[in-house]
Design a protein around this ligand. Structure first.
Ligand SMILES: Cc1ncc(COP(=O)(O)O)c(C=O)c1O
Ligand code: FES
Length: 515
C-alpha cells in the first residue's frame, strides 16, 4: 500500500481526521431523549398504576412528572419547545445534566469523530480499494462498452477482472454476475423480474418472503401485490429464524414462482438456514433468491452448495464504494427475468446502462480482499464480538436479540431494559451507533424486525445494534463497554420504572389504568 490515498485513508479509518459535522450541535426536538418524550406523552394521558400484590397505589404518573420536571429544570429546555415538532434544541443544553457522566460524549477532542460501530449501515472504504479505483478517475476513462478502440478495451478488461473476483467470492461463474447500483436494485430486479416473467402465464403468481426482510424486499413484494401477485410474509420464531416446516407448508406447488429469504439480517445478524431453504426450493421448482447484502464477504457463501438461484450483493457493506452492487443470476438451470431497466442491452440485456468502471473495479477489489481475508477478519471480529457481548451482558437486565448461535458476530443487537434506546444513543454521542436499519433510523417507531421476533414495544425501543468491522480495534471495544456501562447505569437511575424494579416490585404485576 504505497499511494497517498492509502496513507490518508489509513488515518481516516482511525477516525480522527475531520471535525464532527457542524450540524451535530443542533438536534430536532423529535430526536429528544425518548424518556423525556415518553414521560411527556404519558403524563398527558395521565397513566395511574396499582399493584395487585399489596394494593399499594404507585403513582407512576407523578414519578414521570417529577423526572420530566427535573429534566426541564436541569437542561433549560422549555416544555413547549419539546411539544412542537421540528423545534431545534441545543444538544449541549440537553446533555448538561449528565455532564459529569457524559464528559467524553460531549467534550470530544477537537478534530475527533465518534468511534464507528455502525458497520451494517455502511463500512469505510478500504484504502486498497481506493488505490485500485483512482486510475479510473483519471487516465482510464474509456467507455467499457466501446468495442472499437483501446480506451474501451482497457476499462472492459478491468471490469471483467472485477466480475471474476465477485464470482469467485460466491462460487459462481463470472457470466452469472450482473452489475447493479446496489442490493436495493438487485432485490427489486430479482423479485419483480422473476415474478413478472413467470407470472405472465397466469399460473405462477405466488411469492414467499419473510417478515424480517429489508424494506426493499418487502416493498418490492407490496408492489407485486398491486399487480395481482399473492405474497406470503412468513413470520419468524423468537430467535429470528424462519420455521422450516412453515416454509415448506407455504409453498404452493405449480404456483410459487420465487422465495426470497435474506441470508444475514441487517438488524440482528441472524443467519437463516440457507442450505436447507435452497434444497427445499430446488425440490419444489421454486426459485430461491437471497438478499446477501450483509452476508457476502462476511460469512462463506456458495451459490451451488446452497442452491441459490438469485443473490443480491452490495459493495459498500464490504469496504467497497457506495452506489454499486451485483445480482447473481443462475445460468444452469437458467433463471429468466424481466429486466427493470431497458436500453442498450448491457449486462446480458438484464440491466442496461453504461457501467461505472471506477465503482466496478473498487467493488471487485473489495471482493478480492474479502476472499483473501474473510477467515482472518472473521476470527478477529468474533474475538471482538465475544468481548463486547460478554461485557454488555454482564450488565443486569440486558439481553441479546436474535439467535445466540446462528448469527454473524459483527452484528450484535442488545436490549437494555428500563432504558430508552434513543436516550442511550443520545448519551453515547461519542460512538456512532444505531437502533436498527439506516433507512428507518429517523423514525421513532419500534423496529418491525424486533416486533416480528415477538419483542414488546418497550424492549424493541431499548435495543441498540453494535456493528463491528475490519478496522474496529480492541481498545475501541473497551471504550464502548465502559461508556455503555456507565451511561446505562446513569439513565436507569433517572427512570421511575427502574426505581420500582429496585424496590422489588414486579412490573408485570402492575395494572396500568387510564383516566
Ligand atoms: C439486508 C440489506 N438489504 C439491502 C440493503 C440495501 O443495500 P444498498 O444500499 O446496496 O442498496 C441493505 C443495506 O442498506 C441491507 O442491509
Ligand atoms: S437502505 Fe440501508 S438500511 Fe435501509
Amino acid at each position: 500500500m504505497s499511494s497517498i490515498a492509502s496513507n490518508t485513508l489509513r488515518q481516516a479509518s482511525r477516525l480522527c481526521l475531520t471535525k464532527a459535522a457542524p450540524s451535530a450541535g443542533l438536534l430536532r426536538a423529535s430526536a429528544l431523549p425518548r424518556t423525556a418524550i415518553a414521560a411527556q406523552r404519558s403524563s398527558r394521558r395521565g397513566y395511574v398504576s396499582e399493584t395487585k400484590k399489596d394494593n399499594a397505589q404507585v403513582n407512576v404518573d407523578s414519578a414521570i412528572r417529577a423526572e420530566q420536571k427535573a429534566f426541564f429544570k436541569e437542561t433549560g429546555v422549555k416544555a413547549d419547545e419539546m411539544s412542537v415538532p421540528g423545534t431545534t434544541v441545543s444538544a449541549d443544553a440537553m446533555m448538561s445534566p449528565m455532564a459529569g457522566v457524559l464528559k467524553q460524549a460531549t467534550v470530544m477532542d477537537e478534530g475527533q469523530r465518534p468511534i464507528y460501530l455502525d458497520m451494517q449501515a455502511t463500512t469505510p472504504l478500504d484504502p486498497r480499494v481506493l488505490d485500485a479505483m483512482l486510475p479510473f478517475y483519471s487516465g482510464l476513462y474509456g467507455n467499457p462498452h466501446s468495442r472499437t478502440h483501446a480506451y474501451g478495451w482497457e476499462t472492459d478488461k478491468a471490469i471483467e477482472e472485477a466480475r471474476e473476483n465477485i464470482a469467485k467470492l460466491i462460487g459462481a461463474d463470472p457470466k452469472e454476475i450482473i452489475f447493479t447500483s446496489g442490493a436495493t436494485e438487485s432485490n427489486n430486479m430479482s423479485i419483480k423480474g422473476v415474478a413478472r416473467f413467470f407470472g405472465r402465464s397466469g399460473k405462477k403468481k405466488h411469492i414467499i418472503t419473510s417478515q424480517t426482510e429489508h424494506k426493499c424486499v418487502l416493498d418490492s413484494c407490496r408492489h407485486l401485490q398491486d399487480e395481482g401477485f399473492d405474497v406470503t410474509y412468513l413470520p419468524v420464531q423468537e430467535n429470528g429464524l424462519i420455521n422450516m416446516e412453515e416454509f415448506k407448508a407455504a409453498i404452493r406447488p405449480g404456483e410459487t414462482a420465487i422465495a426470497s429469504i435474506m441470508s444475514v439480517n441487517n438488524e440482528i445478524g441472524v443467519i437463516q438456514p440457507l442450505e436447507e431453504i435452497g434444497k427445499i426450493c430446488r425440490a419444489n421448482k421454486v426459485f430461491f433468491h437471497t438478499d446477501a447484502a450483509q452476508a457476502v464477504g462476511k460469512i462463506p457463501m456458495d451459490v451451488n452448495k446452497m442452491n441459490i438461484d438469485l443473490m443480491s450483493i452490495s459493495s459498500h457493506k464490504i469496504y467497497g464504494p457506495k452506489g454499486i452492487g451485483a445480482c447473481y443470476v443462475r445460468r444452469r438451470p437458467r433463471v429468466r427475468i424481466d429486466p427493470i431497466i431497458s436500453g442498450g442491452g448491457q449486462e446480458r440485456g438484464l440491466r442496461s446502462g453504461t457501467l461505472a468502471p471506477a465503482l466496478v473495479v473498487g467493488f471487485g477489489e473489495a471482493c478480492r480482499i474479502a476472499s483473501e481475508e474473510l477467515e482472518y477478519d472473521s476470527k478477529r471480529i468474533k474475538k471482538l464480538s465475544d468481548r463486547l457481548l460478554k461485557g454488555l451482558l454482564s450488565l443486569e437486565h440486558t439481553t441479546q436479540n436474535g439467535d445466540h448461535e446462528h448469527f454473524y458476530p459483527g452484528c450484535v443487537n442488545v436490549s437494555f431494559a428500563y432504558v430508552e434506546g434513543e436516550s442511550l444513543l443520545m448519551a453515547l454521542k461519542d460512538i456512532a451507533l444505531s437502533s436498527g436499519s439506516a433507512c428507518t433510523s429517523a423514525s421513532l417507531e419500534p423496529s418491525y424486525v424486533l416486533r416480528a421476533l415477538g419483542s414488546s414495544d418497550e424492549s424493541a425501543h431499548s435495543s441498540i445494534r453494535f456493528g463491528i468491522g475490519r478496522f474496529t480495534t480492541e481498545s475501541e471495544i473497551d471504550y464502548v463497554l465502559k461508556a455503555v456501562q456507565e451511561r446505562v447505569t446513569f439513565l436507569r437511575e433517572l427512570s421511575p420504572l427502574w426505581e420500582l424494579v429496585q424496590e422489588g416490585i414486579a412490573l408485570d404485576s402492575i395494572e396500568w389504568s387510564q383516566h
